[in-house]
Design a protein around this ligand. Structure first.
Ligand SMILES: CC(=O)N[C@H](C=O)[C@@H](O)[C@H](O)[C@H](O)COP(=O)(O)O
Length: 227
């Protein structure tokens, strides 16, 4: 299953929460469209969405579950019970936050739950140290997912340096986070990534529309200012 993802694009089909596209049938349609467009794998959030996508395709599926906890900034699959539920829903891989942020359950416990369920394990890292720890635990895939999301302003560009560092650890490396243009995805492969996850630019229609709407509005303001 890991081999199927090497050198390929993974589409993260995560609609804007509560938006008009936030329905399992629409997520499944997004997933099929992304596969038609050349994606080799899928990253899917939430149990109902994982079930809907699993019913529609056998393509490699990375499952995650986001929670907003009161006492921890960790959002991506914080509990071992979430891991078990995702595997029961049909996830081939389970992605967990592998950062050093305060958390309700250890990364070790989450990793054990993934292995107990017979799934593959993806570590969503923010730093090279996160990657080193996850690699030592035995995670199958290291992702740059959390870079820029553990405090401070979110950078505009993807973190290619982290991708380079993770790849040098000799583990399967997935570039993820703020890959908005095809040339950025290509740069991740040049930096050593085995695969690239693209989400917002493919499946968050509100975000992509906003990028264009803002560019149009900014240009109108510039043109009017010059007149
Ligand atoms: C930080 C966090 O919670 N990331 C999430 C992880 O699953 C998603 O919200 C992102 O959309 C995904 O990582 C893909 O990234 P981008 O949408 O930038 O292509």
């Amino acid at each position: 299953m890991l081999e199927q993802l090497k050198g390929r694009l993974i589409a993260s089909c995560q609609p804007v929460t509560g938006g008009p596209m936030d329905r399992p049938d629409i997520v499944a349609a997004m997933a099929l469209a992304a596969l038609d467009g050349g994606a080799a794998g899928l990253r899917i959030e939430g149990l109902d969405n994982v079930r809907a996508v699993r019913a529609a395709t056998r393509a490699p599926l990375i499952g995650l579950l986001k929670r907003d906890l009161d006492d921890s900034p960790v959002r991506i699959t914080p509990f071992a019970t979430d891991v078990a539920d995702l595997i029961a829903a049909g996830a081939d891989f389970v992605a967990v936050d592998a950062t050093s942020q305060t958390r309700p359950e250890t990364v070790e416990a989450l990793y054990s739950a993934i292995r107990a369920g017979g799934a593959l394990a993806m570590a969503d890292c923010a730093t090279l140290d996160d990657g080193r720890r996850a690699a030592a635990l035995g995670f199958d895939v290291l992702g740059s997912t959390m870079s820029g999301y553990t405090g401070g302003p979110v950078p505009a560009e993807p973190d290619l340096d982290l991708v380079r560092g993770l790849a040098e650890l000799g583990h399967v490396t997935v570039a993820e986070g703020r890959y908005h243009r095809p040339e950025q995805a290509a740069a991740a492969i040049s930096a050593g990534a085995d695969a690239v996850v693209v989400g917002s630019a493919l499946t968050r229609l509100e975000h992509v529309t906003g990028w264009f709407a803002d560019a149009v509005a900014a240009q109108v303001a510039t043109t009017q200012g010059a007149a």
